[in-house]
Structures are given as structure tokens and as C-alpha cells.
Design a protein around this ligand. Structure first.
Ligand SMILES: [Mn+2]
Length: 320
């Protein structure tokens, strides 16, 4: 058990006092964010609450298999009795939903990122938990909220994606116990695994291959670029690059991997992965955040070459 009884009691009061509840997803939502927001929303709906999931971005294709995505919506009230932020360590991560949070009566966060600055009426932040979905399972279990098969599948998805299929070092006995309980509750593991790991479009593999072929190796570090041109050439989404940073980290002799993704004319998103070194610090120093071995931040630059130079300087400055 990772959450104090005092916080859980307070959370139960918040939930019972609220009629309308919002759960905001963060920008650029990943499997853990969608799994936790949609799963928690479902449990609270089944408990009898009026719950909206506030979405903003397009869902990446690889997550479109998730159940309950029809609840991920841009429609919302102006304010709620209770407003949740899940899987985000800064309020700004909820993007356009920020004014709704400010108008709502109470706010709460459940998160597992390191060193964030988010402040709400109830912060449930466990930075050694590998996934927000693990924390949401604990909340549902200990508060006796309804856990049906679909909620179980959603939470299982977040645990599998954020742990790299139970690979990362923050996975503990509790993670496996949670996965086991979700399996017993009816999580459809075969469906989840098939969709996440056995459905990659060939064009995505070809895009990844070209990124990897052009990767630069600097000692035990490696750097690759997902340019708009490359994304267009292969007809993929920029989010499809994310897998590459993991593949590069997994190489023998590599400890730190970095990719930059060209989002806008001057906006580049950097992702960092490591086997050992703390890359959350580097991300925070550059206005981003994340976990000890997986983090990200944004680079603003005039063009791709300048972004590359900035990124390489940052990568070289990481101490190992
Ligand atoms: Mn997460």
C-alpha cells in the first residue's frame, strides 16, 4: 500500500460530496494517462457519479483500441464539484482545461512523476510508483469502488505501457500483484498485448528504421531525429517516433538515448531515456519533467539544425 489512510479518507469525502466530477487528461496523452483517466472515470460512473473526461488532443493511432474512448471529449461544463488531474506533475500539463480546474470547487491530483510543482486540495503523489494506473487500482480497491472488466483492462494497459512490459526498475512486487488482481478482475491481456505490440503498421517500422539508421552515437549516448519531412515521407504520426528512444536505449553499450521530434516550426520535443543515469533532472533544468529514467522537455529553436545543436549540447552535459 502506497497511499496513506488519511489521504484516502479525504479522497472518499471529496468523491461523496461531489455530484459532478471532471478528470482531465494531459496533453499528448499516453497509455498510462488514458488508462487512468478513462478507468477512474468508469469506476466513478459505476459508483453513481456524473463524470466527464476532458480531452484535448488527437489520440495516437496505437491507443485507438482502448475501450471507453467515446468519453474522451472536448465537451465539458465550466466548473465541477471535483476536478481530477491524473498522471501530470504540473497543472499546465492539462492545457486548455486549466480554467475549468480553477473554477471548480475542489481539485485533486494522482501522479507518479518526480519533483513536480503541482498544488491541489489533495495531492496523492507517489514518485516511486511505476504507473498512475497502479495508484488508481489501489484507490479503487481500498475505497471499494466498482471494478469491472473494462476498468481492469484500462488500468492494465497503463501499467504495461509505463513499465515497458514490466521491464523498468520501479516495478515491484506490488506491480505484479496489481497486474494479477486486474487479470482476475477480467482485464483482457490478449487483446491489449495484440493491439499494443503485435499490430505495428509496416510503414511505422520503416519510419523507425530510417530514424535508427541516421542515429548518432556519442560514447555511451545516442541521438536521433524525427523530422516533419521524415514523418511525411512515411505517412506516419510524430508520436510513432517515441518507440525509437526506447529501442536505442536498449542497445548494448548505450546508457542514455535522446530523440527530438519536430512538432511545429520552432517547437521540438525531446525525449530522454536511460538505463542508470537520472535524466529527470536534465528535463526539469530544461523546463520539462518526468521520471528518473524516462523524461522529456521542449526545445525552442529557429530550425531543425539549431534544435539538433541545442539537443546535442544538453545530451553531452548529462553526467554518467
Ligand atoms: Mn505515467
Amino acid at each position: 500500500m502506497k497511499i496513506s489512510k488519511e489521504k484516502l479518507d479525504k479522497l472518499m469525502c471529496f468523491i461523496d460530496e461531489a455530484e459532478t466530477i471532471a478528470i482531465a487528461s494531459h496533453v499528448d496523452p499516453d497509455g498510462d494517462n488514458l488508462g487512468s483517466t478513462l478507468g477512474f472515470a468508469r469506476a466513478l460512473r459505476n459508483y453513481g457519479k456524473d463524470v466527464d473526461v476532458i480531452g484535448h488532443d488527437e489520440i495516437d493511432d496505437y491507443l485507438k483500441f482502448l475501450p471507453d474512448l467515446e468519453y474522451y471529449s472536448k465537451d465539458h461544463r465550466d466548473s465541477y464539484d471535483l476536478f481530477f488531474v491524473l498522471d501530470a506533475s504540473e497543472m499546465e500539463r492539462i492545457g486548455t482545461a486549466l480554467p475549468i480546474a480553477r473554477n471548480s470547487k475542489k481539485t485533486a491530483v494522482v501522479d507518479h512523476h518526480v519533483g513536480g510543482g503541482i498544488q491541489t486540495d489533495l495531492n496523492i503523489i507517489v514518485d516511486d510508483s511505476p504507473a498512475t494506473c497502479e495508484l488508481i487500482y489501489e484507490i479503487i480497491d481500498r475505497l471499494n469502488l466498482p471494478l469491472d472488466k473494462i476498468t481492469a483492462s484500462l488500468l492494465f494497459t497503463g501499467i504495461v505501457t509505463d513499465t515497458g512490459r514490466f521491464l523498468y526498475t520501479n516495478v515491484t512486487e506490488n506491480t505484479f500483484v496489481t497486474a494479477g488482481k486486474l487479470s482476475t478482475a477480467g482485464a483482457d491481456m490478449e487483446y491489449i498485448y495484440r493491439n499494443l505490440y503485435q499490430s505495428k503498421p509496416i510503414k511505422v517500422m520503416q519510419f523507425e528504421n530510417e530514424m535508427i539508421a541516421n542515429a548518432e552515437f556519442i560514447g555511451n549516448k545516442v541521438f536521433a531525429i524525427a523530422s516533419k519531412d521524415l514523418v511525411e515521407k512515411h505517412g506516419v504520426q510524430i508520436g510513432d517516433a517515441e518507440n525509437v528512444v526506447n529501442q536505442l536505449r536498449d542497445l548494448d553499450g548505450v546508457d542514455v538515448s535522446m530523440i527530438i521530434k519536430e512538432y511545429g516550426p520552432n517547437e521540438f520535443k525531446a525525449s530522454l531515456r536511460s538505463k542508470d543515469v537520472d535524466v529527470s533532472k536534465t528535463a526539469r533544468e530544461n523546463g520539462g519533467g518526468g521520471h528518473i529514467r524516462a523524461s522529456g522537455f521542449t526545445i525552442f529553436a529557429d530550425n531543425l539544425d539549431q534544435a539538433r545543436d541545442k539537443a546535442l549540447k544538453i545530451l553531452e552535459s548529462i553526467n554518467d
